[in-house]
Ligand binder design. Structure first.
Ligand code: FAD
Ligand code: FES
Length: 263
């Protein structure tokens, strides 16, 4: 199958990894062809060497890219065999990825203020977005949902990017508001005059935020993380129901208008 869009198989070298929080890693990759193309909200499918039984690549978003250095940073939660092996790859490991894939976040004309909501590992895909909004001089607020205070990630980076407001919710109440991000998003969308809400996280969180935004009449985009096979439209593993019929998360998303998704 020939490549859709400008996705290609690209060589990549692991530059280094370090723990970000319990169960979370941040990894730096050298991949100049990806660094100069990938846009916030897009993703790539990386091959993790070391286990010949594992045939599928791992879909991954990115936190930031430096085209001048040819580097891309990712952050991920270790949930299974693939992410465990990715976290353990030594510096200098060479592999490949397919990317950039999918369609990223969109920026409505005239946007002045936006709310970004990231839950769990969904914080990674919204970091590149926060960087883009900062460069566009759009005022942005951030709500981060974590299981516990120890899993709040990238706080310094989010503040350094200039978030005008940074709220934390934790499942166990060890930091910020006890509960899920929906516990604070309802009040914010009702009072803060956002032009756009952006959300990435667990499906129930995004469904809840979509509903709050619908009631408040605020446009909302979500980045969906379905299971994936190929990542480029060949297998239909990632199909979802939308008001426009079946859509493939890997080619039509992963970013969708929340109102398009049949939750
Ligand atoms: C477009 C896209 C972007 C992504 N970006 C990131 C990212 O930036 N950071 C990050 O931490 N993760 C991200 N993910 C999720 C990541 O791809 C999965 O966690 C990974 O593929 C799991 O592989 P594994 O072999 O370690 O676990 P597996 O053995 O495949 O699965 C282990 C467990 O995790 C569950 N699981 C697997 N994939 C997902 C998923 N997509 N959503 C929810 N549960 C899942 C499985 O049901 C199973 O219970 C993204 C996924 C998609 C589709
Ligand atoms: S993952 Fe194969 S079509 Fe989307």
């Amino acid at each position: 199958m020939s490549a859709p869009s400008n996705a290609r198989v690209l060589p990549v070298t692991i530059l280094g990894s370090e723990p970000l929080a319990p169960g979370f890693m941040r990894t730096s990759l050298a991949c100049p062809d990806l660094a100069c193309q990938i846009q916030p909200g897009q993703f790539f499918n990386i091959s993790v060497p070391g286990d010949a039984r594992e045939l599928l690549r791992i879909p991954m978003s990115y936190v930031g890219a430096d085209p001048s250095q040819g580097t891309v940073e990712i952050a991920f939660r270790i949930v299974g065999n693939g992410t465990r092996r990715l976290a353990g790859l030594p510096t200098g490991t060479r592999t490949d990825l397919i990317g950039p894939l999918g369609h990223g976040w969109r920026y409505p004309e005239g946007m002045r203020r936006a709310l970004i909501v990231g839950g769990g590992s969904g914080v990674a895909p919204v970091m590149a977005l926060a960087g883009r909004l900062a460069r566009m001089d759009v005022e942005f607020h951030v709500v981060q949902g974590a299981r516990t205070s120890r899993e709040v990630i990238y706080e310094n980076e989010i503040r350094a990017l200039g978030a005008a407001r940074f709220e934390v919710t934790t499942d166990d109440g060890s930091r910020g508001t006890k509960g899920f991000p929906t516990a604070v998003v309802g009040g914010l969308v009702a009072s803060e005059c956002y032009d756009q809400v952006y959300a990435c996280g667990p499906q129930p969180m995004m469904r809840g935020i979509a509903e709050l935004c619908r009631k408040a009449g605020v446009p909302c985009m979500v980045s969906l993380e379905t299971g994936m096979g190929c990542g480029f439209g060949a297998c239909a593993t990632c199909a979802i129901d939308t008001v426009n019929g079946k859509r493939g998360v890997c080619v039509d998303g992963p970013v969708f208008d929340a109102e398009e998704v049949i939750w």
